[in-house]
Design a binder for this molecule. Structure first.
Ligand SMILES: Cc1ncc(COP(=O)(O)O)c(C=O)c1O
Length: 376
């Protein structure tokens, strides 16, 4: 055979040269810790922000495996109704993951010749979803309302503004108030992915739109069950007709297997758990950690539980992550292509179950890090 895959090696060599090479890491997650090579590390990468403790569910034996277009376990109906109530929308629909929700919903709603205005820092799943759609994609500068407004010129065309609620890598909130004002003025629709705000902020954890008092103005609300709820799956909440169209046309809903009912059961249990207590503790931890990091000279702009420590240089960020590992802290270096080149960072995500002592410990280790890595 003459063919070889040498071009693949060339691509990998380039990735390595740019210090953006990733190796799979294996470890066991045990509550707030991760066990890697026999070492117990405090996990600063968890998306289980509320740290809701494990609820006993049956193991995944005898699980049914069907597309939802064939048959649905009645538990889906119960969870979807509860999620619709949680968001105060007419109806909700569950997808296997948040990623699949985005790539399924966005191309279903956006039609040929529609205009999409997408924040430049939107998550990869939103970017992929926009590319899968037949709309014309325009990217506006991150959270820059002047740029957003200046790009909405074609009043006659149907326009969709797409943003995250809390941005996953920067931890800042979208300027939802202004986005909604612009959308109302220009007769545009707003689609929001609130994977990191849902269950975490707002009244009873209703999410970023509720927190910023614009929840009546988001047309399509997409979220994940794998972050604040600490479970698995994605969902959309919207008007009846949007959900109906998704059931009929959304490819990542129809042409794949449904979540196992055990996971739906788990989500129902977690939804019912004492989330307010967990949320309270989370925000105490977030505030304490931010105060400590600021004292050490870190510039903390994030208003959420996601705290990026931007180091910039990829190699230095890898070294910083190794330093944390040596101090029993797990926080992976976030590099290109997840974030822009030369904005490599340690992304801290805070969870409610860190103890006071552990927060102090994190602060001390990051404090010494400023000296060791000459960050100030
Ligand atoms: C903003 C955003 N949307 C969607 C997703 C995907 O969610 P899931 O993990 O449920 O696929 C993520 C995951 O990191 C995310 O950050």
């Amino acid at each position: 055979m003459k063919r070889d895959l040498k071009f693949i090696d060339d691509i990998i060599t380039k990735i390595k040269y740019n210090n953006t090479y990733r190796k799979l890491k294996f470890g066991n997650i045990i509550g707030k810790y991760v066990n890697i090579d026999g070492k117990k590390l405090l996990n600063l990468c968890s998306n289980n922000y509320l740290g809701i403790e494990n609820t006993n569910i049956k193991t995944i034996e005898n699980t049914e495996c069907f597309s939802r277009s064939i048959i649905n376990n009645p538990l889906f109906k119960i969870l979807e109704s509860k999620l619709a109530n949680h968001k105060i929308y007419e109806r909700a629909l569950i997808y296997p993951t948040g990623y699949m929700a985005n790539i399924g919903i966005i191309p279903t709603i956006i039609q040929q010749n529609d205009i999409i205005l997408s924040d430049e820092l939107n998550h990869a799943s939103i970017i992929d979803a926009c590319k899968l759609s037949n709309g014309k994609i325009l990217v506006y500068k991150h959270n820059d309302m002047e740029d957003l407004e200046s790009q909405i010129k074609l009043k006659r065309k149907r326009t969709f503004i797409i943003t995250e609620g809390i941005f996953s890598m920067d931890g800042d909130f979208a300027n939802l108030k202004q986005i909604v004002e612009i959308a109302n003025k220009k007769n545009a629709f707003v689609i929001m992915d609130d994977a990191h705000g849902d269950f975490v902020v707002g009244e009873d954890g209703r999410g970023s739109a509720n927190y910023l008092h614009v929840d009546k103005n988001i047309d399509v609300y997409i979220s994940s069950l794998s972050k604040g709820l600490g479970c698995f799956g994605g969902y959309v909440a919207s008007k009846n007709n949007v959900i109906e169209l998704c059931i009929n046309r959304s490819r990542s809903f129809i042409y794949t297997s449904a979540l196992p009912s055990q996971l739906i059961n788990l989500a129902l249990k977690r939804l019912k758990s004492n989330r307010e207590t967990y949320r309270k503790k989370l925000w105490q931890n977030v505030n304490k950690l931010k105060i400590g990091l600021k004292k050490s000279g870190y510039q903390i702009n994030s208003k959420s539980q996601i705290i990026p420590i931007t180091i910039g240089d990829e190699q230095k960020t890898i070294e910083f992550s190794k330093y944390l590992l040596n101090n029993n802290i797990y926080a992976v270096p976030i590099r290109y292509p997840t974030v822009a080149k030369n904005t490599a960072r340690i992304r801290i995500s805070v969870t409610s179950n860190f103890s006071k002592q552990e927060i102090e410990n994190i602060i001390n280790i990051f404090d010494y890090g400023t000296y060791k890595f000459k960050l100030n």
